[in-house]
Write a protein that binds this ligand. Sequence first.
Ligand SMILES: [Zn+2]
Length: 211
Amino acid sequence: MRPAQAGYLQCVSGTIALTFDDGPNPTWTPRILGALERRGAHATFFVQARRALEHRELIEATLAAGNEVGFHCLDHVRHSQRGWEGVVSDLEIGLEMLDRLGVRPAAWRAPWGIETEVTRMVAAERGLRLWGWNVDTHDWRGDPARRMFGALEAQGGLRGGDVILMHDALGPGALRDGCGETVALTELLLARAGMDDLSPAPVSACEGVLA
Ligand SMILES: [Zn+2]
């Protein structure tokens, strides 16, 4: 389960970053937001731009609660399957859509977490920080929250610096028909973080350091 990516950015000690990709979704994003709010916690949502435009109210609610909106993609295509122009146009059109919502992301997670040399050059040009993860919950598979949480505990539990991958909407390849188990897992993780004195924060507030 960890580390998933060599050289990934992690949070500073004492913080963890819960990250949610592929949303927003009108059913599941509000439930994740509710779970965060009940614990006074904040997270990062790496959004798909068209979904963000379709659900402007969810982006507003996400930001109003003190969370971060990062950029995920316009089209969910691996950068390894795209050339320079494909990566640039996906980013530019996607960022322009978010700009219409008043969102100017500082953080970017590429589709499938696949970064190429082009991704890194374009990110540097635009001043975007690329974020992968070191804890993959595999929540897209639809496993019960308790099983996902147990797998993490078996790996030593939460640790300061962890960047945790989850999804608040269905993306390509999802083997489930909803994100209810992700909501439940979020609640378990937040309870655990509270016990371990770890502070869940948005990635851009975590002062990412290279692992
Ligand atoms: Zn995704």
